[in-house]
Design a binder for this molecule. Sequence first.
Ligand code: ZN
Length: 291
Amino acid sequence: MDKVMIQQTTIKDCIEFDGIGIHSGKFSKVRLHPANENTGIVFVRNNIKIKAVVENVIDTLNSTSIGDGVNIFRTIEHLMASLYLANIDNVIVEFLVGEEVPIMDGSAFHIFELLSGKEEYQLAPRSYGYLSNFVRVSHKESYIMAKSTHSIEDLHITFEGYFGNVLKTQTHTYQSKLEKPNIQEEIIKARTFCHLRDIEHLKMLGLAKGGSLENSLVLTDTGILNKDGLRHQKEPVSHKILDLIGDLYLAGFRFSANIYSNMGGHNLNIKFLREALKHIKLREATEVIAV
Ligand code: ZN
């Protein structure tokens, strides 16, 4: 038996995508660039750089946005989750036009497909964050709790929630270590969703201006408004896991933890992250291999 280091990664070439933002309704164009080791994920517009870390989160109302008070990068969670799931550590996210990540089809599918197989290994070791204590945060009925795991790159997320009187309670689990590509695919393909009755309220808040049946799943009291229905039975709960994966990546490293969320949204995800970071030990990753 021998040990090898798990290396950091970037992307081989630039990747571009564009489209409208779900909340602003405005067109954006984004170019991802390769980045040096230990860069992390850095958003850039007109030479202003903002790192995708929890300290820079400035808004969690129905999406996660980072900024510095003047510059803002909105709705970054699906891009963050795509980078996590495509195994990318270091990248510059340049906005050529606009300030909100394009919603695409409402899922992580298109961005993940662009990133797939594009990772390039670098020399520096990757670090993982391990919890030293049990962590729990709550808001009203919702809560997130987490405990440590001791094996490398072992992120285990269970999400449970009530999705209305048609879908009722759904539970789903993501385990990074287990070879279950079908579950990762379910999470990647799961679209943003909302309830029909909430749309007017979202619009009053100035949100969801770009939302449509092309990029959102709309739940009603009697079913699904989208003509083709759900992509798979656990689509809404899978999307909640996608959002949590994206928000967790704002730690600036990958978690090794066992996390349970009961109806957490972006606000609670970020509250959890802030609390969890007080109890984190970073360790460089090595993997035992048979030689
Ligand atoms: Zn989402």
